[in-house]
Design a protein around this ligand. Structure first.
Ligand SMILES: *[C@@H]1O[C@H](CO)[C@@H](O)[C@H](O)[C@H]1NC(C)=O
Ligand SMILES: *[C@@H]1O[C@H](CO)[C@@H](O)[C@H](O)[C@H]1NC(C)=O
Ligand SMILES: *[C@@H]1O[C@H](CO)[C@@H](O)[C@H](O)[C@H]1NC(C)=O
Ligand SMILES: *[C@@H]1O[C@H](CO)[C@@H](O)[C@H](O)[C@H]1NC(C)=O
Ligand SMILES: *[C@@H]1O[C@H](CO)[C@@H](O)[C@H](O)[C@H]1NC(C)=O
Ligand SMILES: *[C@@H]1O[C@H](CO)[C@@H](O)[C@H](O)[C@H]1NC(C)=O
Ligand SMILES: *[C@@H]1O[C@H](CO)[C@@H](O)[C@H](O)[C@H]1NC(C)=O
Ligand SMILES: *[C@@H]1O[C@H](CO)[C@@H](O)[C@H](O)[C@H]1NC(C)=O
Ligand SMILES: *[C@@H]1O[C@H](CO)[C@@H](O)[C@H](O)[C@H]1NC(C)=O
Ligand SMILES: *[C@@H]1O[C@H](CO)[C@@H](O)[C@H](O)[C@H]1NC(C)=O
Ligand SMILES: *[C@@H]1O[C@H](CO)[C@@H](O)[C@H](O)[C@H]1NC(C)=O
Ligand SMILES: *[C@@H]1O[C@H](CO)[C@@H](O)[C@H](O)[C@H]1NC(C)=O
Length: 826
């Protein structure tokens, strides 16, 4: 009996395993013969996506859909029979006799079909690893139908949201009606290509939200697109009439999705598959101002104001009573007619119109596009009577408006400068300026007063806190501390204890590691009060005692400048020595500059801004701070970037802890990075502030060329970047040296100037090199005639660069023009 039962069991097991093998060995295809019923699913070849029947939460209706197979939170990305649910579990998904993919109910009634008309027989439907369900014949590779062309509410990687300009056919997202009903809701999201292409969300047929035009890198109507969106967003005109948007995430292990929810809100979310819900990292609707045309024509929305809407300067509410009631839909009208209108009415035109400049604006809808360069954009608009505003963006080009300005928003950062045409009399007169100045002076005075008071309060509080902290520490021999560091200064330094930092960085967990600096690893951390910090755990023994170390840290923490990374404090406990810095979200400059994707974010304006930011930081260290610090290890990885990509010098002063002290000193050990070091430092270990100027040139040239200095050492040509620069400078071939991304004729002079300064900074003799203040004047064009550089160091082994490489660069250079032509297409 026992025996029989066990044989039965093993027979069952064999049967089961057969069953599992058959269905478990990743069946990813459906044919007329191999259809699936309600209890079966198919899995894509790599196991990322599943297709089968499901019910949404709080619903018993059955739908055919595709969802993530590996993410524990059930997430549907596509639904077939959205508007025709199955009422029970007797449905099947199969290929019908006419070759269509169909969902049938228990009575073989077609609830949903791929609706191909001239379909061929013996088709198969395959679920690809991208999440795309494709219908193909015996010729693989050509898809007769694909689910990516018929999206639901979810936009995933490798999908394309598109618009056919000629036929107007759109591939767009459509919202669900409710979380438990996937039927087509009121909202859709797609590309609007009437003017400059941009992303729109519609409520029914009315626009509900817009992104602003694409400028080749970002949508210019979005605030902070840099920090929010991923690398690899692209809007492409395929030159055959289709414009499409796609994205690729920089890290495949975390899937990102964009979901258009039932309220018309486009959400960016990712899952780290920890069993928790998707984390929303961005949403299209943040404030009321994001609703299209909230303030009507010529009205500007600012979510920080109350009321949020105001008329542009020179305009007044069309209907004051309505406006005051908070119904802004009818917008504003012009107060004083423009010159053109006055002339048309037969009267004397009077003085020429002018432009009012509005900064940090979301570009209004319905921009036209003109090929005018930045300097002509204004004149072109002024000469055209129907032009009412213009703006210029480096990527998009000149944008004039001839229709009412609608959907304007005032940002607190980013945006474009919008120039609105007004009659001469509306322009600022001297009186107005006087009033404005008086008012602002008063405001500033009041503000300063308040700030001073708050600061005083805060400092008092902090002092109290630090004092208690200090009690935790036993200082041996405080009386021995140097003259320049007294008790008070030590108290100003925030001392952290090891436990606090360990819990802030999750016990110095590998996932919090930001990088490995020259002096030890750096971790990202979050203090219990929510403040983000970067903790440098010094690995090298500084060879200093506790007080000496603290002295140095106090000294360094006193150096405060907007272009220096702020040192918050330190921690000394046992063997451990740690420095606590402010956290810089955008990491270091090299991470941007040498990354093929991220480098596109650094247009010339930004790069110049970075160059301009490093100088004052350096100047402060060299001249304006009391101590005269020589950073010595100035390089791209030591330039950190804040949210707005402003540069901050890091790691300065560490040489004081590890090296000797004082400048113009000799050291036995060479601190610094080969290629950045000045000849006298590399050879003789002598350093001075002019050594930093030498390092600065490499930075400058790297920023301009987008190439690593070290990349040249690997080159067959075996030439340093300054050597190459020198060669190209003499050959009058600046284009070959310039990063194709920033290569644009309008910046040529500025780039040339930077290279000239860069070469001056690398002169062999320290005395030939300009000091930092002179470099600043040179860059700002205060010194017009730059001295011509002499041949720099490290250029001995020169071979003429081959012509093909420079040719290459030149052709790459036109990439920019291509982007513009794409935009021009409309
Ligand atoms: C689905 O098909 C499988 C095998 O073909 C069968 O065992 C199962 O009972 C079917 N389920 C339904 C609900 O028809
Ligand atoms: C489902 O119903 C419950 C109870 O009515 C409700 O709390 C929950 O939010 C609903 N879930 C969804 C997704 O609608
Ligand atoms: C499922 O519903 C269909 C009608 O939609 C019906 O014909 C069929 O009998 C039902 N099957 C079951 C098992 O209830
Ligand atoms: C297929 O065509 C039918 C009839 O024209 C239509 O009702 C249905 O919505 C179409 N289905 C899809 C998925 O387009
Ligand atoms: C379709 O497939 C079936 C079975 O795989 C085969 O017998 C039949 O010949 C095929 N028909 C055509 C037209 O290829
Ligand atoms: C594919 O099938 C069609 C008929 O459905 C047939 O005419 C054609 O020759 C087949 N092609 C190949 C490569 O088998
Ligand atoms: C869709 O719009 C209609 C009116 O046009 C409204 O009655 C309905 O509630 C809206 N549905 C959703 C989900 O907002
Ligand atoms: C969408 O439009 C409908 C009317 O067409 C309106 O009732 C609804 O409030 C709108 N939804 C939003 C979120 O504005
Ligand atoms: C993606 O992220 C995971 C976890 O943070 C990391 O281990 C992996 O290296 C990353 N992959 C890439 C390609 O960046
Ligand atoms: C995933 O994210 C959640 C919250 O966003 C976080 O608590 C959790 O630690 C993360 N898990 C992993 C493995 O990164
Ligand atoms: C706002 O004003 C417009 C135009 O006068 C009118 O059509 C609309 O009904 C008003 N809306 C509200 C909420 O009063
Ligand atoms: C032009 O003249 C007409 C009537 O002569 C008047 O109604 C209109 O307001 C005038 N427009 C301007 C801009 O002065």
């Amino acid at each position: 009996m026992e025996l029989v039962r066990s044989t039965n069991l093993s027979a069952l097991l064999v049967l089961l395993s057969c069953f599992c093998l058959q269905f478990g060995s990743a069946i990813d295809t459906i044919t007329a013969a191999k259809f699936i019923n309600d209890s079966e699913t198919i899995i894509s070849n790599g196991g990322d996506f599943k297709l089968g029947f499901f019910s949404p939460p709080n619903s018993t209706d059955r739908y055919v859909g595709i969802w993530y197979a590996e993410i524990s939170v059930f997430t549907v990305v596509w639904v077939a029979n959205r508007n025709n649910p199955l009422k029970n579990s007797s449905g099947v998904l199969t290929i019908s006799e006419d070759g269509n993919l169909v969902v049938l109910d228990g009575q073989k009634k077609i609830l949903w079909s791929s609706n191909l008309t001239n379909s061929v027989v013996n088709l198969s439907a395959q679920l690809l690893d991208s999440g795309n369900l494709v219908l193909q014949g015996n010729t693989t590779g050509t898809f007769l139908w694909e689910s990516f062309q018929h999206p639901s509410n979810t936009f995933i990687e490798k999908m394309k949201i598109s618009t056919d300009v000629r036929t107007g056919k759109k591939v767009q997202l459509t919202s669900w009606t409710s979380p438990s009903d996937p039927s087509i809701g009121n909202f859709s999201a797609g590309i609007d290509a009437r003017n400059l292409p941009e992303l729109f969300i519609w409520n029914g047929s009315r626009p509900y939200w817009r992104s602003g035009p694409w400028n080749g890198l970002v949508f210019i109507g979005l605030q902070n697109m840099y920090s929010v969106f991923h690398d690899g967003f692209s809007l492409v005109d395929d030159k055959e009439g289709t414009i499409y948007l796609s994205f690729s995430s920089s890290n495949d292990s975390f899937p990102y999705t964009y979901v258009l929810n039932e309220q018309g809100n486009l959400l960016e979310a990712y899952s780290n598959n920890s069993g928790e819900d998707w984390e929303v990292t961005w949403s299209s609707y943040k404030t009321e101002c994001d609703v299209y045309g909230k303030c009507g024509a010529y009205g500007s929305c600012n979510s920080h104001n109350s009321p949020i809407c105001s008329c542009l300067r020179g305009f007044e509410p069309k209907n004051t009573e309505e406006w005051n009631r908070g119904n802004w839909t009818s917008g504003c009208v012009r107060r004083t007619p423009l010159q053109c209108e006055r002339v048309n009415n037969g009267s004397d035109g009077g003085k020429k119109d002018g432009f009012l400049k509005l900064t940090m604006m979301k570009v209004p809808d319905l921009a036209d596009w003109s090929s005018a360069r930045e300097e002509n954009c204004r004149n072109q608009c002024l000469e055209n009577c129907s032009c009412i505003a213009y703006a210029f963006d480096a990527g998009t080009g000149c944008m004039p408006w001839t229709r009412s300005l609608i959907d304007l928003q005032k940002f607190s950062s980013g945006g474009v400068d919008l120039y609105v045409r007004v009659a001469y009399s509306e322009l600022d007169t001297k009186e107005k300026v006087k009033v404005i100045i008086t008012v602002s002076v008063i405001i500033v005075l009041i503000f300063t007063g308040i700030c001073t008071y708050l600061l005083w309060r805060w400092m008092a509080k902090q002092n109290g806190r630090r004092k208690t902290k200090m009690l935790l520490y036993k200082f041996s021999g405080e009386e021995k501390l140097g003259d320049n560091v007294n008790q008070v200064k030590l108290q100003e330094l925030l001392l952290f204890n090891l436990q606090e930092l360990a819990s802030a960085t999750n016990n110095f967990h590998q996932s919090n590691k930001l990088g490995q600096g020259g002096f030890g690893p750096v971790y990202r951390g979050k203090l219990s009060n929510g403040q983000e910090i970067a903790v440098k755990r010094l690995s090298r023994d500084s060879g200093q005692g506790q007080e000496e170390f603290m002295n140095e840290v106090v000294v360094i923490s006193k150096l405060q400048h907007r272009n220096l990374v702020r040192l918050h404090g330190c921690c000394v406990e046992g063997e451990e020595k740690m420095l606590v810095y402010e956290y810089m979200p955008n990491k270091s400059l090299d991470a941007f500059l040498f990354d093929p994707v991220k480098s596109k974010l650094l247009d010339w304006r930004r790069r110049f801004n970075i160059i301009e930011g490093i100088c004052p930081g350096l100047l402060y260290l060299h001249r304006d701070s009391r101590l005269k610090i020589i950073p010595r290890d100035l390089k791209t990885s030591n330039i950190l970037l804040d949210e707005e990509l402003n540069p901050k010098i890091s790691d300065f002063g560490l040489a004081r802890i590890f090296g000797g002290n004082g400048d113009q000193a000799n050291t036995t050990r060479v601190v610094g990075t080969y290629g950045y070091m000045s000849p006298e430092y590399a050879m003789k270990g002598r350093f001075s502030e002019k050594s930093d100027v030498f390092s600065f040139r490499v930075l400058l040239l790297e920023i301009v060329s987008g190439r690593r200095n070290s990349s040249f050492f690997d080159d067959e040509q075996d030439m340093s970047l300054p050597g190459f620069a020198w060669k190209m400078w003499n050959a009058d071939n600046i284009v070959a040296l310039t990063d194709p991304i920033i290569c644009e004729p309008s910046f040529e002079m500025e780039i040339l100037r930077c290279i000239n300064v860069g070469l001056l900074c690398v002169q062999d003799f320290a005395n030939d090199r300009p000091t930092v203040p002179i470099v600043i004047s040179m860059l700002k064009s205060e010194i017009i005639d730059l001295p011509l550089p002499k041949q720099p160091a490290f250029t001995e082994r020169e071979i003429a660069p081959d012509a093909s490489s420079s040719q290459n660069n030149q052709s790459k250079c036109s990439v920019n023009n291509v982007t513009v032509t794409m935009v021009q297409g409309r």
